[in-house]
Design a protein around this ligand. Structure first.
Ligand code: HEM
Length: 548
């Protein structure tokens, strides 16, 4: 156990080192930003203990898309949501902006030395191995798997409604959606059928579900936890990793526990399947790509054993949390906006009817792609509720960031470009970019799928960031989400199936949903934070005739 005097000593060392480092770094003092309520915590408590967007949107509205705020011990950090600056950081000069080790140690602990963690050449090698598995054709081929998972979720919800003997029932929709996303990921990428939708007994299902989000891991961190997390940058990576791997505390123990379960499953899958997969010719399945790279004779293309397990872990983590949470936030918006929900259901029913007429049992990927309202709802959901809300990057060299729109400096002068010096940490705000009124309109803070259909978005100059619909939700540049096509098809399958069959309405608890910043954004009910993440909606069978 680490004694309290050792903790005090470590904190004192951090303090001295942080103050020394700060005095040697050129300041960003020309840039305006919010007053810091505390020298120790800076503005971090506003960002990490309050709902997502509360501080960010207020800063964006008052200071613009580049804001200086305080991290711990008076250190300056930049908060950026300006499209041109983001393009420079992520697309043009990506090699200069790396994931800082304060974040990377956690990512390494959560998912090993995989894509989430990797920087530079290691990242390029790892990504080039996996990319062929995430092409458009490859992802479309997963549609039957996604559809099966959506049908299984429907069956479970149907059983709950029938057993309640009432028209509708309150269901925490996030639960089965997360299980469905985990099952879909395992089946599509690794050909393993967990069936956690039906049965909660699989160890991975039980341990993994909502792993990142539950209260004992990342939800609503205490001030001390926020301080420790921010101070990791002042401690060498090796020491931090040792502390994470050996340190006391229930959060660390839980993280280690889950990592062990995933590693065991990964090793089992590799042992069982490696020989058969290696013999398969021309197979670009995700697991095959990983196994073949692990055996590659060329060291420059090889994936080590440790990296192979890390990719499995990374994909399970990324594929599950993201889809379950995004779908449940979109269902929340549909419950808040019955007219939008009804219009979407009408489009689903019309398309299903056409599909039946041509003798096809299910909507195909082409059908889903051709549904304007479904895709408008999806884009708006991703814009409004991007589950990865921020991402940290650190400048390796001095640089100049161009701006789409000048900002007012502290002395009243207009600033057209921002000078960043080596070591500057940048908080990329995905959520603020996605609400920038210059890009999305004066009603950017409204959930309005019509903006994608009524010409509002036409004729606007492309901001040049993002991989889908100019949104930052899947990030941008070489480190953008590898699974974005996979995610879109899965979201289309989940939404079209579930909204076609069920009607979603608000509940008292749903009125109290707040979006809390965790590793990814989570939905919690005000007054019930001790219950972790949830999305309690009233679910009933949708009437067969829903035309408005
Ligand atoms: C709605 C769904 C999803 C959203 C909004 C989303 C969002 C993101 C974001 C914002 C990042 C960048 C994180 C950062 O560097 O700070 C990212 C990276 C990543 N995502 Fe997703 N994601 C989604 C679904 C998926 C799925 C389904 C998979 C896997 C099948 C996946 C795999 C990954 C991986 C491996 C990375 C790391 C990529 C790299 O560093 O090159 N994601 N995702």
């Amino acid at each position: 156990m680490i004694s309290s005097s050792a903790a005090v000593g470590l904190t004192a060392l951090i303090l001295v080192y942080a103050l020394f480092k700060r005095s040697t770094r050129p300041s960003l003092s020309m840039i305006r930003g919010p007053p810091s309520p505390s020298f120790i915590f800076g503005n971090l408590l506003e960002l990490f203990q309050r709902p997502v967007g509360e501080a960010e949107f207020a800063w964006q509205s008052q200071y613009g898309n580049v804001v200086r705020f305080k991290s711990i011990l008076g250190g300056d950090q930049l908060f950026i949501s300006d499209a041109k600056a983001l393009r420079k950081i992520l697309n043009i000069a990506g090699d200069n902006y790396v994931k800082p080790h304060s974040q990377n140690v956690l990512k390494r602990m959560l998912a090993g030395k995989g894509l989430f963690w990797a920087n530079g050449e290691v990242h390029k090698r790892q990504k080039s191995i996996l990319l062929p598995g995430f092409g458009s054709k490859e992802c479309k081929a997963f549609l039957p798997i996604f559809k099966d998972c959506a049908d299984s979720i429907s069956t479970k919800w149907m059983e709950t409604i029938e057993s309640s003997n009432s028209q509708g029932v309150v269901i925490n929709v996030l639960d089965r959606l997360s299980r469905g996303a985990l099952d879909a990921m395992c089946h599509a990428a690794f050909d393993v059928q967990l069936n956690t939708i039906q049965d909660d007994s699989h160890p991975l299902g039980r341990k993994y579900r909502n792993y990142l989000l539950v209260r004992d891991l990342f939800a609503v961190p205490s001030a001390e936890q926020i301080f420790m997390q921010a101070s990791l940058k002042y401690i060498p990576e090796g020491i931090v990793m040792w502390l994470i791997e050996n340190g006391p505390g229930s959060r660390l123990a839980r993280m280690r526990d889950v990592t062990n379960v995933v590693s065991d499953l990964g090793k089992e899958m590799v042992q069982e399947r490696a020989t058969a997969l290696l013999e398969s010719k021309g197979d670009t399945g995700i697991f095959t790509l990983l196994i073949k790279a692990n055996m590659d004779a060329n060291a420059k293309k090889r994936l080590s054993d440790e990296e192979l397990l890390a990719q499995i872990h990374t994909l399970l983590l990324a594929g599950q949390e993201s889809i379950g949470t995004t779908t449940s936030f979109i269902l929340l918006e549909l419950a808040r906006n019955p007219k939008i929900q009804s219009m979407l259901r009408d489009e689903i029913r019309r398309t299903e009817a056409t599909t039946r007429e041509r003798g096809s049992p299910h909507l195909t990927a082409t059908d889903l792609e051709a549904m304007p309202y479904l895709n408008a709802v999806l884009k708006e959901g991703l814009r409004f509720h991007p589950i990865g809300t921020t991402s940290l990057r650190m400048a390796m060299h001095d640089d100049i960031l161009p701006l789409s729109k000048p900002i007012l400096g502290v002395s009243g002068e207009m600033i057209h470009e921002v000078r960043v010096s080596k070591g500057t940490e940048i908080m990329i705000s995905i959520s603020a970019y996605n609400r920038d009124k210059d890009l999305w309109g004066e009603d950017a803070h409204e959930f309005k799928p019509d903006r994608w259909l009524d010409g509002t978005m036409d004729g606007k100059e492309s901001p040049g960031v993002g991989v889908y619909a100019n949104l930052m939700s899947f990030y941008s540049g070489p480190q953008a989400c590898i699974g974005w096509r996979f995610a879109l098809i899965e979201l289309q399958a989940f939404l079209s199936t579930l909204v076609g069959k069920f009607e979603f309405a608000m509940t008292d608890k749903a009125e109290r949903i707040v979006r809390m910043p965790m590793f990814v954004m989570g939905s919690m009910v005000e007054g019930e934070f001790d219950r972790g993440v949830q999305m309690p909606l009233a679910v009933s069978l949708a009437s067969q005739n829903s035309e408005l």
